[in-house]
Design a protein around this ligand. Structure first.
Ligand code: MG
Length: 389
């Protein structure tokens, strides 16, 4: 099997590649084809049987930052049992929902999956409270953005190749992640939009599920929401068991299902002529996927309900305060003694300033590692352990 270089004529090269043939058969005209990719910062030979976006997906999956997702909380912490979502399981749920939508719309599933696996890898320990604490530490109206940090990780901090830093991902992956930061500029690729929507479908449904399981929320209270009633009244929503566990499973399943179905139907209705566009024309025309208006309203009501009844629950507020305090104390410690930072963050401090380097170091920690560093450096109760890579 010959490996063709990026320099060869794209048509000639892709004609002979399995993945290019496969995409030409399976994808809709408006999908982002691998052969249209703007390539990588450091040109590489094309792979004979893995498409560029498939390789991006694999690179994210094999990264150290991705593995750390299992040690990062989503909303609930490890002290609350073993069955709620971590950032890793959330990421897989997003990827699954996004791929389902992408397959129906005949979009590029490899690109979708790569974007989904990447989307949360920049999260600091302890969920959003970690991010807010770091922003507070930076002060001066600066903020710490997990979406931005995901790019720093894959472009600068991950070490996979000897001749350059980062994972050398395709430009579409980087610009897709970049859109999550700015939410401005050109309409993003349809694949990017699908991942964004799958993210919100996933977390609404599973946060409700986790909150029910932990007893922070009662099933009956949730039933006051139109979206929940809609999910429970869908034709296949007949539970054979009244057990709370079975009811919850069914609810989550149908919450996701009704939202995905609505998105697909609304898309077909709104864009009947979508097949006339290629991916660039779709971007230029500003084509955006949306839920139907009633669904949009129901989803907003559902989100506000979760915000008021779950995210502000005293049990979670207490956990968040504690987490935030730990992060702030660690930040203050390193600000006083920057020499305690690992060597590579000391180097970054020279380029980007001490506060930014400290934020990056803390943001890369898992919840567990952050706890351990707190015990070691602040409480002085723990020996030194290996640092995060
Ligand atoms: Mg997410």
């Amino acid at each position: 099997m010959s490996i063709l270089s990026d320099d060869q004529s794209a048509t000639k090269a892709t004609d002979q590649l399995q993945w290019a043939k496969r995409e030409s058969v399976l994808l809709a005209p408006y999908a982002m084809f691998s052969s249209q990719s703007a390539g990588r910062k450091h040109p590489e030979p094309l792979h004979p049987y893995r498409s560029p976006f498939q390789r991006d997906r694999d690179r994210v999956l094999h990264s150290a930052a991705f593995r750390r997702l299992s040690g990062k909380m989503q909303v609930f912490t490890g002290d609350m049992g073993d069955y709620h979502r971590t950032r890793l399981t959330h990421t897989h749920e997003v990827a699954t929902i996004a791929r389902t939508i992408g397959r129906v719309l005949r979009l590029n599933e490899d690109l979708i999956e790569a974007l989904a696996l990447l989307h949360d890898i920049g999260h600091p320990p302890f969920g959003h409270s970690g991010e807010e604490a770091l922003s507070e530490c930076l002060g001066d109206h600066q903020s710490f953005s997990h979406n931005q940090f995901a790019l720093t990780l894959v472009e600068e901090l991950e070490t996979r190749y000897t001749n350059y830093p980062g994972l050398n991902l395709s430009k579409e992956i980087l610009s897709g992640q970049d859109f999550r930061i700015t939410h401005q500029g050109q309409t993003p690729l349809l694949e990017v939009q699908v991942v964004d929507m799958a993210d919100s479908i996933a977390y609404n449904a599973h946060d409700a599920d986790d909150a029910l399981k932990l007893g922070l929320l009662q099933f009956e209270k949730l039933r006051s929401l139109v979206l929940v009633e809609r999910a429970l009244s869908s034709p296949s929503a007949n539970s054979i068991s009244d057990a709370e566990f079975a009811q919850r499973q069914m609810l989550v399943h149908h919450l996701i299902d009704v939202q995905v179905a609505d998105l697909l139907e609304a898309t077909v209705q709104r864009w009947p002529g979508l097949d006339q566009y290629d991916s660039f024309a779709a971007q230029n025309a500003g084509i955006q996927f949306q839920f139907s208006q009633p669904m949009e309203a129901e989803r907003n009501a559902f989100s506000s309900f979760l915000f008021n009844n779950v995210y502000r629950h005293p049990q979670l507020v207490a956990v968040r305060l504690q987490a935030s305090e730990k992060i702030k104390q660690l930040f203050a410690f390193f600000a006083q003694s920057p020499n305690q930072l690992p060597e590579r963050f000391l180097q970054r401090a020279e380029h980007f300033g001490v506060p930014r380097a400290i934020c990056e170091y803390i943001a890369g920690m898992t919840d567990r590692f952050c706890d351990r560093q707190y015990r070691r450096l602040i409480e002085q109760k723990e020996p030194r352990t290996e640092d995060w890579q």
